[in-house]
Design a protein. Structure first.
Length: 84
């Protein structure tokens, strides 16, 4: 679900399409239910993209393409992403 024009908050849950996102969201909902039933405080943490010298996954593929000079410039989409 694309979100534009505002900052995403806990009220903007989206609808995961892939198995990873679906199972992660399912686990979050189950933990929140357990917390509500038991009175335990539950915090769901969704960290921003973390990068470093041993980056994996899509970030590493993008960096590799940039180093080879074959990664096209990204168009301005207004999408904001924080990285740590």
């Amino acid at each position: 679900m694309p979100l534009s024009g505002h900052c995403v908050s806990e009220n903007d849950q989206g609808d995961p399409e892939e198995a990873y996102g679906k199972t992660k969201r399912e686990a979050e909902l189950k933990l929140l239910k357990i917390g509500k039933e038991s009175g335990m405080h539950v915090s769901i943490i969704r960290p921003s993209l973390v990068y470093g010298s041993n980056a994996k996954g899509n970030l590493q593929l993008m960096l590799s393409g940039i180093k080879k000079g074959c990664f096209p410039p990204l168009p301005e989409t207004g999408n904001k992403r924080s990285m740590i």
